[in-house]
Design a binder for this molecule. Structure first.
Ligand code: ACM
Ligand code: ZN
Length: 536
């Protein structure tokens, strides 16, 4: 039976109502107690324990609770505490609501931040805009004990196929934060544009960040650059902007993982540095699909490694995260087969074939990255020809790569196309905005289990978690990007945070009904639930 979308959403929350315990991702445990906390005309808070982010946490709360004042320890309405000695799990928190007040305790900063995110979801959506007094608003007394199931709860964003402004990148981080996710994987380079300022190679942003504007053409059927045409579509992030994003994310307990693609998905580099390819040909940056991916970095040319290592030197200074992602996917080795330099490398290094040359390439980069105190991540193609000794694998072509890597004792992050490619359609292609293809509904994302059944119990620990990938060939605007990730990332957040046996689609859907008005308050564009999802 058809049912209009709005009829299944809960009634609008008024200031005297309580939102109940509609938290996403679902906390590990909620014990409902007698009574309730009622907001008075003015509310006070106090934060204790050592935290570098006290000012940020205070400002965050002040943004949600109008007129919030600093109170006294022991008598403030809302008390937040980071404890030195506690049995609260890593990234976990305890949120106690009683008649007397609200107490959030944690053993670390992420835990405290996640406790604040839960409190945020207990407040009315309108508090996001801070326009109303909360006087009279009630929260049921309860004790929430919570911690995440997985340590890697990620969202990826491709800014090469389409460039997204800094303000949107921050907004994307806001979305990640609300969902208690903790990794932003920033895909900064690809065939359609280089997006990161590198001081040593200014042409990367002067030339490789720009392409001729073919936005009016089909991505797969673009027309080549004409004589005299200027490359006007593109953009890049300055190093100052990157630092701003990294700091913004860090306050929200999110690590920013930079991805610099090599040896494939790198043809944009040859618009300025053609000598780094096997063919040595100058190639303007592609304004659309580039396939098959044959113009790749030459593995026989030592200058390629000098270039990449110089870039890594700047990347490690910009990104404090433990990992650097080197891509490694979809590199056709066609030119390596005929390139004298690549063939010489195979001979000198005693390699069997081009797969082993690729593995040699990745291992060389891993050694350099390890020497900088960082770890390498690559897409699952880095398994071909032998995995670098300490590499972490991102399994995207299904689960096979992740299973093989975990069985070999490597850490893995599961990102299979089947469930977490958010560039796929989430409904009928006839009525949906354009997507790359595929199909992954909200319910399909919710059904995802990151630990493959093929892994033995003792291998489970190698699965760090999962993330959704947003490739942007067909996504040109922030609004479209938001539509593709919301609310699918909401479903993924629960997959990654909540206990496996607590996952319940119907219950999730009803809690989601309370979260969607918050997206509206925040001005985030989301895909509404359709009748089919509401009725199932
Ligand atoms: C990928 O989707 N090529 C990692
Ligand atoms: Zn070569």
């Amino acid at each position: 039976m058809f049912m209009a979308i709005q009829t299944c959403l809960p009634p609008p929350v008024t200031k005297t109502e309580s939102s109940d315990m509609n938290i996403i991702p679902k906390p590990q445990s909620i014990e409902i107690l007698e009574g309730e906390f009622k907001f008075a005309k003015s509310t006070s808070f106090y934060i204790s324990g050592s935290s570098q982010n006290v000012t940020f946490f205070s400002d965050f709360l002040k943004g949600l609770i109008p007129g919030l004042q600093v109170g006294e320890q022991g008598s403030a309405d809302i008390e937040l505490e980071i404890m030195q000695e506690t049995d609260i799990q890593k990234e976990g928190y305890r949120l106690a609501v009683t008649k007397k007040g609200i107490h959030i305790s944690a053993g670390d900063e992420p835990g405290l931040f996640y406790g604040i995110q839960s409190l945020r979801q207990l407040l009315p959506p309108s508090s996001e805009n801070g326009v109303e007094s909360l006087k009279g608003y009630r929260i049921r007394s309860a004790i929430i004990e919570d911690f995440p199931r997985f340590g890697w709860r990620g969202m990826h964003l491709d800014v090469s196929r389409h460039f997204f402004p800094l303000e949107f990148v921050k907004r994307y981080i806001d979305m990640i934060a609300l969902h208690k996710m903790n990794v932003f994987h920033w895909h900064l380079s690809d065939d359609n544009g280089w997006r990161l300022e590198i001081k040593k190679y200014p042409l990367l942003t002067e030339i490789c960040a720009w392409r001729v504007d073919r936005e009016h053409e089909d991505w797969r059927k673009w027309s080549p650059i004409k004589a005299g045409e200027t490359s006007s579509y593109g953009g890049f992030y300055t190093q100052d902007e990157v630092r701003e994003v990294v700091a913004y994310a860090a306050q929200r307990q999110i690590s920013v993982i930079p991805e610099i693609e090599m040896p494939g998905h790198s043809s944009e580099i040859f618009a300025a540095y053609p000598e780094l390819s096997c063919q040595g040909e100058l190639l303007p940056v592609r304004p659309g699909s580039y396939w098959p991916n044959e113009d790749i970095l030459c593995a026989g040319n030592d200058s390629v490694f000098t270039f990449l290592e110089d870039i890594i030197d700047e990347v490690v200074e910009l990104f404090p995260a433990r990992y650097i992602h080197i891509g490694g996917d979809e590199a056709r080795k066609t030119h390596w087969k005929t390139c004298p330099k690549c063939q010489n490398r195979i001979t000198v290094e005693g390699l069997a074939n081009e797969d082993e040359l690729k593995s040699w390439f990745v291992q060389k980069m891993e050694k350099y990255i390890l020497s900088k105190g960082k770890n390498l991540i690559g897409w699952d193609e880095i398994l071909e020809g032998g995995l670098a000794p300490e590499a972490t694998v991102m399994s995207w072509r299904g689960e096979a790569g992740g299973i093989a890597a975990a069985k070999a004792g490597h850490d893995v992050i599961m990102t299979p196309t089947s469930h977490v490619y958010f560039d796929y359609y989430q409904g009928d292609p006839e009525t949906e905005p354009q997507a790359i293809g595929g199909h992954s509904t909200l319910e399909n994302v919710y059904s995802y289990e990151p630990i493959p059944a093929e892994l033995e119990e003792q291998e489970h620990r190698f699965v760090l978690g999962s993330q959704a990938n947003l490739w942007t060939e067909f996504i040109k605007t922030p609004e479209h990007a938001e539509y593709m990730v919301l609310p699918r990332m909401t479903a993924l957040s629960e997959v990654l945070w909540s206990a496996k046996d607590q996952r319940d689609w119907q219950d999730f859907r009803s809690r989601l009904g309370w979260l969607l008005p918050r997206f509206e308050e925040l001005g985030w564009n989301y895909r509404p639930l359709d009748a089919e999802q509401l009725n199932k």
